[in-house]
Design a protein. Structure first.
Length: 136
């Protein structure tokens, strides 16, 4: 693993879970990790409820756009976190892979999206500890 680990968060549309996780990892790590996100079938925009609950934390996702995952992004990452990609996410030997079973916030209420954000925050914090970026 490089001195500054790279984490790639993937979900199908890159409009919900992966956007939340990437923003949280950036915020919590204070720049001690390189963070990327992508999707196997990117949506046109980040879900409005996701933008709203992240704004509650002072994180503005207005400029974020869902992106297509690339083989290069996976190859260049130290940890690859998937959330609902199934077989659409590429797998390369020697990478740390985790599949997080977390509900998709598409169509969820703000309360449900806050719950998803909370679950993702716990997982991101644990991942950052495991990568040696944060103390337990």
């Amino acid at each position: 693993m490089s001195a500054k680990p790279t984490i790639l968060f993937l979900c199908v549309h890159n409009a919900g879970r992966s956007q939340i996780a990437a923003a949280l990892a950036t915020m919590i790590s204070g720049g001690r990790v390189e963070v990327r996100s992508g999707g196997s079938e990117p949506a046109d925009a980040v879900h409005p409820n996701v933008r709203a609950v992240m704004a509650e934390l002072g994180i503005d996702l207005a400029a974020e756009r869902p992106k297509l995952i690339t083989d290069d992004a996976v190859r260049e990452s130290d940890a690859v976190i998937t959330m609902g990609c199934g077989d659409a996410c590429p797998v390369y030997p020697g990478k740390r892979y985790e599949d997080w079973q977390i509900d998709d916030p598409a169509g969820a209420t703000l309360a449900e999206t806050r719950r998803i954000r909370g679950l993702l925050r716990l997982r991101v914090e644990r991942l950052l500890c495991d990568l040696g970026v944060m103390a337990r």
